[in-house]
Design a protein around this ligand. Structure first.
Ligand code: HEM
Length: 193
């Protein structure tokens, strides 16, 4: 797993749980680099999952909500660093529809050793609904949910997301149904102040 996901998690944990907690976590856990991750390095994905577990053992947090919030934070981190990979998309549907075939394909050009999920998307209901199936060797469906929410916020869209776990709790296979909410007149149509 690429270091950018690790540095994003550490940054997220610092914001949510404090620097002291994170320092203690990095000191206590048997991490490959002693917790000194670089964005472009590659580290065992299990270490990331172990850090999530460490947090959950010490804080009374809902595991799904924690991973979702982390995913949302990570969308910001990814687009801050690689804004060029999303700037051509007009909205969240456009972006999510192209994650697998365009964004992650370009990620693989930048980081040939990236470990990416498979995310097959299709549009229906005259473009009002997007269905995406997530499959991965890593159990990160809740993080995927957060990335999707981060993307919707990034584009200021109004979209409802429903996730169905297809992996019996394993977190490796899920389907997401995204439905555009009726927004009425768009802000672009409103008179300028
Ligand atoms: C809604 C949009 C997106 C979704 C749902 C999504 C989903 C995911 C998921 C779930 C992972 C974790 C790996 C796994 O589950 O197997 C991942 C990894 C990653 N994604 Fe995306 N992604 C999105 C957008 C982006 C964007 C915009 C970028 C870059 C600009 C990006 C770059 C990456 C990178 C660098 C990794 C790490 C690969 C590794 O650990 O080796 N993703 N993505």
């Amino acid at each position: 797993m690429k270091g950018i996901i690790f540095t994003s998690f550490i940054d997220f944990a610092e914001q949510q749980l404090g620097l002291e907690f994170v320092d203690e976590m990095l000191d206590t856990m048997p991490l490959s680099t002693g917790g000194a991750y670089t964005n472009v390095g590659t580290y065992p994905a299990q270490e990331m999952l172990d850090m999530v577990e460490y947090v959950l053992q010490r804080h009374d947090l809902d595991p799904a909500a924690l991973q979702q919030a982390f995913g949302e934070h990570t969308f910001k981190v990814l687009t801050d660093r690689h804004g060029d990979l999303v700037e051509s998309f007009k909205d969240s549907f456009d972006c999510i529809f192209h994650v697998d075939q365009t964004i992650h394909r370009n990620v693989l050009k930048l980081y040939p050793d990236a470990e990416l999920p498979n995310m097959h998307a299709k549009l229906s209901d005259e473009g009002r609904r997007l269905t995406m199936e997530y499959r991965s060797e890593r159990p990160l469906m809740h993080v995927a949910f957060g990335l999707i929410n981060g993307c919707i916020k990034h584009f200021n869209d109004r979209v409802e997301v429903a996730m169905t776990d297809l992996s019996d709790g394993a977190g490796t296979h899920a389907s997401f149904v995204l439905t555009r909410e009726d927004t009425g007149p768009t802000s672009a149509a409103e008179p300028a102040a």
